[in-house]
Design a protein around this ligand. Structure first.
Ligand SMILES: [Zn+2]
Length: 256
């Protein structure tokens, strides 16, 4: 096969992988953001519970204060017992004590209810703190994984860019310009293999004469429809070896 064509096929493989890496790197901040979502969610729930807890504590204090005032009030009423003169006054006094006691009972009950809610709130907060620990741990792990993924991608990228540069200088200037132009027109795919008599770029059937010429590979030929530079598969042994290390033709298909 024309060695220039082999260079271009390699170049396209590098270009596509570089594009893929850059695209993936761009998505990493969003992936980290998504991994953090459960932490933010639990933190929000915790904040709501804490606020409710504060309100309940205040309710408890107010209730207890009111209760103790009511107890004092009952003591005061009782103290008036000796001032009573008539039976009617005595009956009224008993009634007043009964009313005050009923109010005290109601207050006690509501304080107890609030206390129950305070306890429930505290239990829920404890559970949520445990949950918080879990989601924070999961987030830290995910973040670490994404970070090491980013490092691996950057390493691969710098290797690819070096290899890309080395390869570029070996490609004929005019051809490189043709490749670059096609690449920008065809979303990264300037080179297409011929499979079953069709261009794998646009999937249109090629004239048999053109297929035969591509097969001979005496010169670089374009697809009659999408103008991608065509190559024939199976390839010579040298390129098969290169492909065994990195199955670029499969990647090209997948990336479409
Ligand atoms: Zn085509």
């Amino acid at each position: 096969m024309n060695s220039q064509l082999q260079f271009l096929i390699e170049l396209q493989r590098f270009d596509l992988r570089i594009f893929e890496i850059l695209d993936h790197k761009k998505k990493l901040p969003e992936l980290i953001h998504m991994a953090k979502a459960p932490v933010l969610e639990v933190s929000k729930q915790l904040e709501i519970l804490q606020q409710a807890g504060e309100t309940l504590t205040k309710q408890r204090r107010d209730g207890e204060q009111e209760l103790s005032l009511q107890e004092e009030h009952i003591q005061k009423i009782r103290g008036r017992l000796n001032d009573l003169k008539t039976n009617k006054e005595y009956q009224a006094h008993l009634f007043e004590i009964e009313l005050a006691r009923k109010k005290k009972d109601a207050l006690e009950e509501s304080v107890l209810e609030v206390l129950e809610q305070v306890e429930k709130n505290q239990t829920e907060q404890q559970e949520l703190h445990v949950r918080m620990g879990e989601v924070e741990q999961a987030f830290a792990k995910a973040k670490e994984q994404l970070e090491s993924e980013r490092l691996a991608l950057e390493q691969e990228l710098s290797t690819l860019e070096r290899q890309h540069g080395e390869l570029t200088v070996q490609v004929d200037h005019g051809l490189l310009a043709r490749y670059t132009k096609l690449k920008s027109l065809r979303k990264g795919f300037a080179i297409a293999k011929v499979a079953d008599g069709a261009c794998s770029g646009c999937r249109l059937q090629l004239p048999p004469q053109l297929v035969a010429e591509v097969k001979r590979a005496d010169e670089l030929l374009n697809c009659s429809y999408c103008h991608r530079i065509l190559y024939w598969e199976p390839m010579p042994d040298t390129l098969i070896d290169a492909q065994a290390q990195a199955p670029e033709s499969e990647n090209i298909q997948e990336l479409r």
